[in-house]
Write a protein that binds this ligand. Structure first.
Ligand SMILES: Nc1ncnc2c1ncn2[C@@H]1O[C@H](COP(=O)(O)OP(=O)(O)OP(=O)(O)O)[C@@H](O)[C@H]1O
Length: 624
């Protein structure tokens, strides 16, 4: 995994969090004040114990003094409980708000980031950053930050009280604290490195789980479950190793900060008894000393864990900001970059000397596309053919700016696509892929996903659009499903057949009512008849829609007005099917690579093109 990493200073990390801290600050301060007061109240109790013990042992001490001390202690105990409740009351809800805002910001960023970002970042990394890291951030804000500050203050005030009780005993206690502080410094670096590594490895593991769940059918069909498990085990073992290393670093530190104070208490006890015996210390003061060390034990033990938590939280913030700081290089119009964009010239799609290279390609790699120039007149249907891997999918993805051309221009309505607002461009251009992705939602919502807002606002118009789109895409099978178009389809539409998914995805593209329709082999899973019917209806419904369609079948080619031949990233020729057949050897090779029983002549002869066949497809009866 090689996602970009940058370590920021703590000040920068906190500054960058500030947009998420809206409405949190005063509540955090109130929570901190509550927790701080609770800590100070806890430290006051030993002082009362000192008075209580001394008044019991003092010859002139009265029972009233004892009762007073008891009531004060009870009051302090109640106050401490209320203050601890106050800390939670003030901080927990806003901390959950911070987590929510950060998660929403991350999701928004993921939506805006270009496809090239998603090509490079494993999905498990993004999952662990949006779930695990942000929940750690919430716990750190709600608990870690406050308790870290409170622990430091409690330890400092406690030390002052210990010295005040007896400087000898105070010195003994401090002698134990110095090695802890020294060790804390080394611990900080060791733990931070282990923490980052384990969070990254957890992200990689999440990717593996996600991939095997996603590809469970392939794994089962090929009997590769064992190998998948082996791979998973390897990664899980590596993560376990890192977690154990992390826990070892932490536990060594904790062992030190627990064992050392305990030893110190033993020494203090011996010294304290000697001081009481010599009359330099009262019994009450000795009791107060040990009661104070008991109060300090919690903060001293937890300060290491809180420091570890703070470092993990800092790593989580860095990991969050790594995504947030990735540049959105496909954005809205950049006035300075493309001066003199021509005004719209009445529709159409053009590629002008377009070249493209993937961002992660080796520096000396050949570009995927070179000097591609093509012009589709408004309303024209052009088929794009070429052998596999020649760059057809890459070329069509430049139209809605899923990627940006690295040289040349793509023009929609005569305007450079980079001069459009992204939303406007994507309203004009609709794309359907071979690999149809659907969402776990109703068929209706999947189809109307990109429909114009004004149509969606009118239920009758939306219903008509849905029907037209389903009819055009030959997806009437939706009506035969248990709840018709309101049937919920499973995750990614996997409860549907491949052909059904493709037709729903095509219906979605149609329902978007685009000016330019880009179809990247979206009918490959359909039988020949259904594909022909779909293509034929498409032409009827989308008259006036400029269509660029990646074709792998004679039936699609036959319906196009013209055909462009792409070979090794270049346009070799453009013409009608008959023209190309006559003059282009490359075209003949490509056409002959199409399945023999789907020859273009047989499709022409079948009469489907001229609308002679009954409108009944072979897989129309399919039910999921
Ligand atoms: N995200 C990517 N990063 C790097 N290289 C890629 C990426 N996607 C595709 N390629 C490469 O770009 C080349 C063209 O791929 P493309 O999918 O455009 O071909 P195609 O003509 O559509 O192929 P097919 O007909 O098989 O769908 C291939 O060599 C492919 O390996």
């Amino acid at each position: 995994m090689s996602t970009p990493e940058r370590e920021r200073s703590l000040a920068e990390a906190i500054r960058r969090l500030s947009p998420y801290l809206e409405g949190v600050r005063w509540r955090w301060v109130a929570g901190l004040a509550s927790a701080m007061l609770a800590g100070l109240v806890a430290l006051a109790i030993p002082q009362v114990i000192q008075r209580l013990v001394n008044s019991v042992l003092h010859p002139g001490g009265s029972v009233a003094d004892i009762w007073t001390a008891v009531w004060i202690m009870t009051g302090l105990g109640l106050a401490e409980g209320l203050l601890i409740f106050g800390r939670r009351f003030f901080i927990l809800p806003p901390a959950a708000g911070v987590e929510n805002r950060a998660r929403t910001a991350l999701f928004t960023r993921l939506q805006r980031l270009p496809v090239s970002f998603h090509d490079a970042w494993p999905s498990g990394q993004l999952l662990s950053r949006s779930v695990g890291d942000l929940s750690l951030l919430r716990r750190w804000i709600a608990f870690g930050t406050v308790m870290f500050v409170v622990s430091i203050v409690t330890i400092t005030v406690g030390l002052v009280l210990l010295f005040n009780t007896s400087w000898v005993l105070g010195l003994i206690y401090l002698a134990g604290a110095v090695p802890i502080m020294w060790r804390s410094f080394a611990f900080r670096n060791d733990f931070r490195a282990a923490s980052r590594l384990s969070q990254d490895q957890a992200g990689d593991l999440a990717t593996t789980v996600e991939e095997s769940v996603h590809g469970i059918r392939v794994l089962k069909a090929f009997g590769r479950g064992g190998e998948a498990l082996e791979g998973f085990r390897g990664q899980a073992d590596t993560l376990r190793g890192t977690e154990v290393r992390k826990a070892t670093v932490l536990s060594q530190f904790i062992a030190l900060i627990v064992a050392l104070p305990e030893t110190v208490i033993g020494l203090s006890l011996a010294a304290g008894i000697y001081l009481v015996a010599t009359g330099d210390l009262t019994v009450g003061a000795l009791a107060a000393f040990f009661a104070t060390t008991a109060v300090l034990a919690g903060p001293v033990e937890s300060v290491g864990q809180l420091m570890g938590m703070s470092l993990s939280a800092k790593t989580a913030i860095d990991r969050h900001l790594d995504v947030m700081d990735t540049a959105v290089d496909i954005a809205g119009p950049d006035g300075g970059r493309h001066p003199g964009a021509p005004a719209a010239v009445g529709g159409g799609l053009a590629f002008e000397s377009v070249a493209f290279r993937f961002p992660d390609a080796a520096a000396d790699a050949e570009p995927i596309l070179r000097d591609v120039s093509l012009r589709l007149e408004p309303g024209e249907t052009m088929a794009l053919v070429g052998l596999t891997g020649t760059g057809k999918s890459t070329l069509v993805q430049l139209v809605p700016r899923l990627y940006d051309a690295t040289a040349g221009r793509v023009l929609v309505d005569g305007v450079d696509v980079r001069d459009y607002e992204l939303l406007e461009l994507r309203r004009k251009v609709s794309i359907a892929f071979e690999d149809a992705t659907l969402f776990s939602d109703s068929i209706r919502n999947n189809v109307l996903l990109g429909a114009p807002a004004e149509v969606l606002a009118d239920p009758e118009a939306a219903r008509e659009l849905l029907e037209t789109a389903l009819d055009t895409a030959q997806a009437q099978f939706a009506h035969a499903m248990p709840e018709g178009v309101d049937t919920q389809i499973g995750e990614e539409g996997l409860s549907l057949s491949g052909g059904q998914r493709q037709r729903i995805a095509l219906a979605r593209s149609i329902a978007a009512q685009p000016e330019i329709l880009v179809l990247d082999d979206p009918l490959s899973a359909l039988d020949v008849r259904t594909e022909e019917l779909v293509t034929q209806r498409l032409r009827r419904v989308l008259t006036g829609t400029t269509t660029l369609i990646v074709a792998h079948r004679p039936s699609t080619v036959a319906l196009a007005d013209r055909v462009a031949v792409l070979a090794q990233g270049r346009i070799l020729d453009v013409g009608t099917h008959a023209e190309l057949l006559g003059r282009s050897p490359a075209y003949r090779v490509i056409i002959s690579s199409f399945e023999e029983d789907q020859s273009i002549e047989s499709v022409m002869d079948s009469g489907v093109i001229t609308g002679m066949l009954p409108v009944q497809s072979m897989d129309q009866e399919e039910t999921p």
